[in-house]
Design a protein around this ligand. Structure first.
Ligand code: PLP
Length: 429
């Protein structure tokens, strides 16, 4: 596989950006490679600077549930752009997209658009703290909620209890207010509430975890979080930045019928443009300025192009049997990968829900961060590279979800399975 042009572009980028990129996983370091520079995408396919074509399962890390350059989304952006790209004043499209979101996730009685998932979670936490008059937040190891200080807390168990910051630059005073529990471990949550339940403003969780690879919630886990937060007067925040409009039109909360106080969205609702949103119960969200005292603002929030792309995307997702089709594709791919691995006798788990999927090179089922970390990342790196050479672009890390879009055809999925059979066989020999 020729990568000369990507290599040249990477060398130039290294002169300007830390690590040559504008977001760390793009650098391919977890798979020991240099990044490919992408020049175009269409449907399920992307092309890099050396014109290598691949079936793309990164899909911009989630937003592109319709695939690349969907004609309706492109048309909506063009139409909006011709009338002006930003006004810093209210526009009708914001209300239209909010109506669609609030209709799909009725718990979002009031909401606010922001420009990224990070802004959504950061702002939701501020509101939760203001509403409860408490400071602490409980998050789960291996869950990602963007890069705000409060959420960048180390997942290692010893340091975890001390609340040491994960990243230099996060003040210990800030990290101290972040409590950690293992995903799916309700007893750990109960213990934390038992000792300091009246200081916890909120529990934030990915209702289906997708940032340590895909990890499904255990039966009753989300229900138990709902009960314990309610009992202690803490808020439950669902970070549905990935799962919103992904696992179901109404997100994981609709699928599991567990209703959070606040919800964070991003990715899909922007249709490939930068958008986030947070929202929830009216009396909580009325705390946000200008109706209340909690300050949060944004020059480009509710941007016309982004709203147009989001509306066009949700409109397509509202049609017919979209989620049944995505589930079938996901199940088909998961089954194919499992069978391919079983033939080689390699320890292998596929976690899948709808169009979210992770092949783990692990012998035990992955239920939390510790079991995810037990996966063989070197095996994943070899698998990743073998697949890429056969025209299948997987996420360049064991700990990221693969995303299937509506543009992925049965033939794409079959080709992916055939490639996996070859690569796994090669890895076994
Ligand atoms: C991607 C992601 C975020 C952060 O969104 P950005 O737009 O990258 O800031 C937050 N939470 C979850 C669950 C995510 O997957």
């Amino acid at each position: 596989m020729k990568t000369d042009n990507s290599h040249g572009l990477y060398e130039q980028a290294l002169r300007y950006f830390p690590g040559g990129v504008n977001s760390p996983v793009r650098a391919f370091r977890a798979v020991g490679r240099e990044p490919l520079f992408i020049t175009r995408g269409r449907g399920s396919r992307i092309w890099d600077a050396d014109d290598n074509e691949s079936i793309d399962y990164v899909c911009s890390w989630g937003p592109l549930i319709l695939g690349h350059a969907h004609p309706q989304v492109v048309a909506a952006i063009e139409e909006a752009a011709e009338k002006g790209t930003s006004f810093g004043a209210p526009t009708e499209r914001e209300t239209a997209l909010a109506r669609e979101i609030s209709g799909a996730l009725p718990s979002m009685e009031r909401l606010r658009f922001v420009n990224s998932g990070t802004e959504a979670t950061m702002s939701a936490l501020r509101v939760a703290r203001a509403y409860t008059g408490r400071n602490q937040v409980l998050k789960f190891e291996g869950c990602y909620h963007g890069h705000a200080d409060s959420f960048l807390v180390r997942a290692g168990s010893g340091a975890a209890t001390l609340g040491l910051p994960d990243s230099p630059g996060v003040p210990a005073s800030c990290a101290q207010d972040t409590l950690l529990a293992p995903y799916n471990d309700i007893h750990a949550v109960e213990r934390l509430f038992g000792t300091q339940g009246r200081e916890i403003a909120a529990v934030i969780v990915e209702p289906v975890a997708a940032n340590m690879g895909v990890v499904l919630p255990a039966p009753q886990f989300l229900e138990a979080l709902r009960q314990i937060t309610q009992a202690f007067g803490a808020l439950l925040i669902f970070d549905e930045v990935i799962t919103g409009f992904r696992v179901a039109y109404g997100g994981a909360q609709t699928l599991y019928n567990v209703i959070p106080d606040l919800t964070c969205l991003g990715k899909i609702i922007g249709g490939g443009l930068p958008v986030g949103a947070y929202g929830g119960k009216r009396e909580i969200m009325e705390m946000v300025a200008p109706s209340g005292p909690v300050y949060q603002a944004g020059t480009l929030s509710g941007n016309p192009l982004a709203m147009a792309a989001g509306l066009a995307t949700l409109w397509e997702l509202g049609q017919g049997q979209v989620y049944t089709i995505l589930e079938e594709k996901g199940r088909h791919l998961a089954r194919g990968l499992r069978e391919a691995a079983a033939r080689t006798g390699r320890p292998f788990q596929v976690a899948q829900m709808g169009s979210l999927l992770t092949p783990f090179f692990a012998s035990e089922e992955v239920v939390d961060y510790v079991s995810a970390r037990a996966a063989d990342t070197q095996a994943y790196a070899r698998f990743f590279w073998g697949m890429l050479q056969r025209g299948v672009s997987l996420p360049p890390s064991q700990f990221e979800a693969a995303f299937i879009s509506l543009a992925h055809t049965q033939a794409d999925v079959d080709a992916t399975i055939a490639a996996a059979q070859e690569v796994l066989r090669e890895m076994a020999s």
